[in-house]
Design a protein around this ligand. Structure first.
Ligand code: AKG
Ligand code: FE2
Length: 234
């Protein structure tokens, strides 16, 4: 299926202006009924589909990204619907999303600051279910000044308040230049460093207790190989 090669006009109104290029934040991208449905589907996945990591557990759908190419597997219908919706917004420069990570975080769980790296088309799109979170951004370690090592605190740049049912799209500098992470805390206190407060609906000084959050991280892996191509070699 062909998708628009550029971000659609309707998405452009959701650009977060106070962040480096480019962040799109779409509140209420899905309805409460869709949220409920997606949470049920995540729950219904067979137990071995889950990988327990320190601070979260995850499901991987679509295949395992690999430098030599991902052995692509068809996405289940419940993920395909939303992947197609996001691809139709032009998020992946004309390509279709083919990979989804489902992360589940309980209160006090999180993910260390990291980069998503070169195996993905440099756009990450995330639907949040069940709870909000704060996504924090950091300059990378090799952007040290005068060879002085920097602390996580001094590398901290800004945060995005990501509400349940929202869609977040990160690309450009926000994908390639900065690290992102989620602190393992039970509640988030909003500060002036949360740059999308006006659109996400929050006040500086407000404290939001976290519930269990499930995120769907939907991406495009450009390099894939298909099993039947390999088998047909000889
Ligand atoms: O849960 C999220 O929104 C972030 C997940 C993430 O950064 C990742 O899986 O690479
Ligand atoms: Fe990530």
């Amino acid at each position: 299926m062909a998708h628009p090669s550029r971000i659609s006009e309707e998405l452009k109104e959701f650009i977060v202006k106070d962040a480096p290029p480019t962040v799109y934040y779409v509140p209420d991208f899905i309805t409460e009924a869709e949220e409920e449905y997606l949470l049920q589907q995540v729950c219904r996945a067979p137990k071995p589909k889950w990988t327990q990591l320190s601070g979260r557990r995850l499901q991987n759908w679509g295949g395992l990204p690999h430098p030599k190419g991902m052995l692509a597997e068809k996405l289940p219908d419940w993920l395909l619907t939303y992947s197609q919706k996001i691809s139709a917004l032009g998020a992946f420069a004309g390509k279709a999303a083919n990979h989804v990570l489902v992360n589940e975080y309980k209160p006090e769980e999180g993910i260390m600051p990291h980069e998503d790296g070169p195996l993905y088309h440099p756009t990450v799109t995330t639907i949040s279910l069940g709870s909000h979170t704060l996504l924090d951004f950091y300059t990378s370690v090799n952007q040290t000044q005068d060879g002085v090592p920097q602390t996580e605190e001094s590398r901290y740049m800004l945060s995005l308040l990501v509400r349940r049912r929202s869609l977040l799209i990160l690309q450009g500098e926000m994908y390639e230049r900065y690290l992102h992470g989620i602190q393992g805390v039970a509640a988030d206190t909003l500060t002036e460093r949360v740059v999308n407060l006006s659109v996400a609906g929050g006040q500086v000084g407000e404290t939001l207790p976290r519930g269990t959050r499930v995120s769907l991280t939907i991406r495009h892996v450009p390099k894939v190989c298909r099993a039947n191509l390999l088998l047909s070699r000889k």
